[in-house]
Design a protein. Structure first.
Length: 128
């Protein structure tokens, strides 16, 4: 069973060998990702100039379980917008958090703004 829900920032840190990459690598086998965060990861890799076939090959090798974004998450994500407005969380950020809440898992992120949230969702930074 998965223990973690990956934010796109965490997955990208690992893929781009940024600080925190090793931490994410150790958690990868026990992680899932929202289809919204997966799409954000793909978008960022495209913007960095990686060819589509390389993106697919790379991400397929990870074997990550991609959790579809359904109506219940969409509602919760939308409802969360007012309580997270001050930190500037994006739709993808809130999608990660709502999935972590739904699955009762830990959200892994590189985004320090999440640490100031007053929500009942466990968040872990990939960089200390």
């Amino acid at each position: 069973m998965s223990e973690y829900v990956l934010d796109a920032s965490a997955l990208l840190a690992m893929l781009q060998n940024e600080p925190g990459a090793e931490f994410v690598q150790k958690k990868l086998q026990n992680s899932v990702i929202s289809s919204v965060n997966f799409s954000e990861t793909v978008s960022r890799l495209v913007r960095h100039g990686m060819p589509e076939n390389e993106i697919q090959d790379l991400l397929n090798l990870l074997g990550l379980e991609i959790i579809p974004f359904f109506s219940e998450q969409a509602y919760q994500c939308g409802f969360m917008s007012s309580s997270t407005k001050s930190t500037g969380l994006s739709l993808a950020d809130r999608a990660c958090l709502t999935l972590a809440q739904q699955l009762n898992r830990i959200a892994l992120t590189a985004d320090r703004a999440w640490m100031s949230l007053s929500i009942d969702i466990q968040v872990e930074m990939i960089r200390k």
